[in-house]
Design a binder for this molecule. Sequence first.
Ligand SMILES: [Fe+2]
Ligand SMILES: [Fe+2]
Length: 345
Amino acid sequence: MYVQRFGEQLIRGAATERPRGPEYVSRFERWDDLASVRRRPRRRFAAGEPDLYFPPELYPVALHPLVAARGSAAVKGLLLQRLYDYLEFTTELESLAVIPVATKISRGRSGLDLPGRMRSDAYKIVTDEAWHAQFSHEFAGEIEAETRVPWLRARDRTPPAFLSRLDEVRGRLPHRMRGVEGLLFAIVSETLISGMLSQIPRDGRLPQSVRNVIRDHAEDEGRHHVYFRSVLGHLWPALTRAERQAVGPLVPAVVYAFLEPDYAQTARHLGELGLTGEQIDQVVTESWPAHQVRGDVAAAASQLTRYLTEADALADARTLAAFEEAGLLGPGHQERGGAAKEFAG
Ligand SMILES: [Fe+2]
Ligand SMILES: [Fe+2]
């Protein structure tokens, strides 16, 4: 197994037989001066900080009348659980989704013929992400110790929703293409501007230490965003036409895998507050109406959709249709879409 693992690639086939991508410009020249693992202290959670732990606007169930009726202490407790979820999600995302992909890239096992500089920068990303996983985990532990409010009971913890969603995408790929979903998920999760990363550091209602932890993370992610945009620029031209046709229509599901709320996790928290099953369903559906989720996902993914358009990923008619069906195309894409459809037809 270990010898086999040595040679495993994210995308099968001889990388050198695939077309090479564009020039690569590194954003990691000053990594030693800028990376949070090098420059930032370990942020500590201190007792006595404000007790609003997460912006309720980013967790709409906290604003639902059935939840509000439980009183402000219950709402604040729910928002603390949401912060724990976020920190734990970060640790799992880095450990299970980003580090494995960046490791493969660094070792020259992406399956793409990437510039040497891009490979060596991937080692820095592995280091950054390991630090993010570590400080998120440790910080959550400090909050638990200070507030004496535990996160979910161990027996209630289940894998984060993005994992089963990714398994589902993988199952829809032809066998020879399996592995590419991991690369796509890394591109998606690393290039999307998460509302949490951008808004929490500026939210003066939250504890300063929470804002600092997330600001440190966001600053590193700015460099990762540029890097994974380059990975996309190398990936798409390197795929054969048949590979693009197989992978392209699944990209919206990868976007949703990352961005759609973890409904089951929220249902567990609402159950802890004493809501009945029926009330939980009502709170979840009314707080996240389908059209609202689609709008939020499309807005969060709009920049990525533009990158994919630039990489010509939407030139394929079935891919374009999948993006339309998922509600990911804004008005600016319609004309291009029409032209592509005519061409394909
Ligand atoms: Fe990260
Ligand atoms: Fe990252």
